[in-house]
Design a protein around this ligand. Sequence first.
Ligand code: G3P
Ligand code: CA
Length: 283
Amino acid sequence: MSKRRDIFLFTILIVLLLCLFGFLGKSKPEAEEVPKPGVVASPKIFAHRGAINQFNENTITAYKIASEENVDAIEIDLRMTKDNVLIAMHDETIDRTTNGTGRVSELTLRDIKSCVTLGLYNGEITMEEIPTLGEVFQAFGGSQKFYIETRLVYGETAMEEVLVRMLSDYNLLDKEKVAIQSFSVESLEKMADLAPDLRLTLLFREGEFELDKALEVDFPVIGMESTDVTAEAVNALHSQGKEVHVFFNDSETMEEQQEKMKQLNIDGYFTDNISYTKRLLGK
Ligand code: G3P
Ligand code: CA
């Protein structure tokens, strides 16, 4: 009898020891990093290529609609034509957004003006010319802040001098009127040389965000795609006093992503739906 009792007690002891070590061995789940406050009093709203959900992207009408919604800035994507004219166009070619075809860098302004942007809104086809940057500045003057995205042209910093000359001509070399963003460090460094007062944002492509690089570079604002944003990255950038501006590549998930970004206290939203973001942020 006592033998059976001993075996029973020994078994209980083994089970208890296994539970104890099992429990201790379990590492505590990584404590979720707690989002710290943003570096701006109130997060900013940027109209991504204008009011892109209401009219053809990067057109004067899309910018005008955004301007009437009192956004903090309107984003302009810049490209340069073969004859060195700056125009508002996101893609390398005009194929996706117009009735024309070809690379902007291989087209003259005359070619660009011979086609129109095309869109479909509320069941209606919308058409408008591709604006030059000069036409945008003439349409708005200093009444609206612009967040201009520069790009390299054939790998060269070819647009910056033209851009700064235009900003100067239109009396827009003012950080209250224009901010600059780019995926290219080279372009931003050229802009820093030519227009040292303007605030510069280094953008990171989706899936290519590097926190070490974002912390190391000497730019006051970091732009990244929403799926790359973490509390750790935002807190680390905020601890350096850097702003975090976020863009949303997937329109399907944009709303839920913007809700997540709000929890992380980001500082700026490149939104495709101004009214949604204004409601989300209580503006
Ligand atoms: O500038 C923020 C955002 O516009 C960057 O992505 O491709 O929309 O220009 P993309
Ligand atoms: Ca852009």
